[in-house]
Design a binder for this molecule. Structure first.
Ligand code: SF4
Length: 318
């Protein structure tokens, strides 16, 4: 029996009960307080890959999460215990990679590693890291922020490696399997926002000089298949296209906000997007959580977690 399965009985039942009780209470509260919700001003929001992806996936989700601040305690994925276990493993891996970049010896970090998957990922991390990374500067868990059409756009990187004046490589650790079809990953807002913000706001990693898009590469490294990373070159044409896409998205959001529409459009993608969304019952898009086995390989666990952007320590360089 896998580790998560042994946790499943009591813990899942407890979690279900808790959610169920919480939901009843929240639903009652919600009808009473919806009109009283203290809405967030769009001008106060910092955009990120997560919030923009939410908007691209479903404008209503963006409105509920970021403007109305509605927390809706529904289970997004079942079985809950396995989901929590996988999320925790991913977080532990990222924390270890960060600590390793800070100079903590691998031997100390792996002492007490109690999970087979994490052990394998860590072994892969140590023996088959992304190849040929710049050595001049290595910064893990670093954030950058750039202004864009009256708003701020932030990006938080797992690892930035740079030889100032020469190359800059963004590395993103993935603990999900490498997608067979990379099209969706290439189209994700993360793939757009990360290199864009680096070029716009990362001069500090380039000896104080403006970064040319051609200096930047982005690498998705997969702990399951470390020898098969996805390496994406960047250039001026891609940067211009990304600028256009981001400006269009942010302007569209701002225009919607100005129109003061009560309910922003709901996605048509009920089967895929609503299935793993906490607001399902609120939107009357079903009450059953998505099955973890149906979670497509290009979904990130972070996408189905609530990301509290205020917890991200932003370092602004401009
Ligand atoms: S349940 Fe569907 S329509 Fe409602 S916010 Fe979530 S993704 Fe959008």
């Amino acid at each position: 029996m896998s580790k998560w399965a042994s946790m499943q009985g009591a813990s899942e039942q407890g979690a279900n009960e808790q959610v169920s009780k919480g939901q009843v209470g929240k639903e009652a509260d919600f009808t009473r307080t919806l009109a009283e919700l203290q809405t967030c001003r769009l001008a106060d929001l910092q955009f990120s890959q997560h919030s923009l992806q939410d908007y691209a996936d479903c404008p209503r989700r963006f409105q509920l999460r970021y403007l109305l601040g509605v927390t809706w305690p529904a289970v997004k994925v079942e079985p809950i215990a396995e989901m929590e276990w996988r999320v925790r493993l991913g977080q532990r891996f990222h924390r270890m990679a960060h600590q390793h970049a800070l100079g903590i010896p691998a031997g100390r970090l792996e002492a007490g590693l109690d999970d087979e998957d994490l052990h394998r990922w860590w072994h892969n991390f140590l023996t088959a890291p992304p190849r040929d990374l710049p050595t001049g500067i290595r910064r893990a868990e670093v954030s950058l922020s750039a202004p864009l059409v009256g708003h701020r756009l932030i990006a938080r990187y797992d690892l930035l490696a740079a030889d100032p004046g020469e190359r800059l490589i963004i590395v993103d650790w993935k603990t999900r399997p490498r997608p067979r079809n990379t099209k969706r990953l290439l189209n994700k807002l993360q793939t757009v926002v990360y290199p864009y913000v680096l070029v716009e706001a990362g001069a500090v990693f380039n000896g104080g000089r403006s970064i040319q898009p051609e200096q930047v590469t982005m690498v998705y490294w997969f702990a399951h298949s470390p020898d098969d990373p996805l390496t994406l070159a960047y250039d001026a044409a891609r940067h211009a296209a990304n600028h256009e896409r981001l400006v269009t998205l942010i302007r569209e959001i701002a225009a919607r906000d100005d129109e003061n529409v009560q309910v922003w459009p709901l996605t048509d993608d009920v089967d895929r997007t609503c299935k793993f969304c906490a607001y399902r019952s609120l939107c009357e898009r079903g009450s059953i959580a998505g099955d973890l086995d149906d979670l497509e390989e290009d979904w990130e666990f972070e996408e189905i977690l609530d990301i509290d952007l205020e917890q991200i320590a932003e370092i602004a360089f401009r």
